[in-house]
Design a protein around this ligand. Sequence first.
Ligand code: TMP
Length: 209
Amino acid sequence: MSPVAPTTARFISFEGIDGAGKSTHIEALGERLRQRGAELVHTREPGGTELAESLRELILHRGMDSLTEALLVFAGRRDHLQRVIEPALAAGKTVLCDRFTDASFAYQGGGRGMDLAVLETLEQWVQGTRQPDLTLWFDLDPAIAAQRRAAAREADRFEQQDLDFFTRVRAGYAARAARAPQRFARIDASLSVPEVAAQIHRLLESRGW
Ligand code: TMP
């Protein structure tokens, strides 16, 4: 795992509580990188392969305890890394991944209260040293996110959770960000869509991307 990738290869993940609005911006960011010559692979977790998409259905819609949930999430991640992410990076492509392991620390760790040491072990087993080069964390007050979600589609097992759950998820992201400040960029997702897009634009400019 984790072969040295060509320098053009970039692995960018997008994180945040449900309703933070990240999906709106992934497309625009991809378009910008494409215009600058990047070959893109746009993918997501849970999911990203046929097997992992099947696991996603179970994770989002079937009742299970938090360890089972974490094991399924990481099983899907392993398949996703092996079949999609690692080959794409090895070929010099840019991978845009809608959620990755930080979500496990935020949702299973923070939200469900799982032992972080267990998650760290799974992380090590499944991905070795592989981490995104950049993680855009769309940070938003859980009360505002709940209002935004109310207008959207039917809620899955996570979206049905209460404000306390999402407050813990948010704290889980904050703790992960504090441990990897170089990798994480916090986006203020309370702002309007054009203002959030401008934040992302400035961030990429500062990296020369
Ligand atoms: P999505 O709706 O953004 O595609 O995400 C699906 C849900 O899966 C979201 O509520 C967060 C949850 N999730 C986890 O609980 N753990 C994980 O590791 C990942 C990647 C997602």
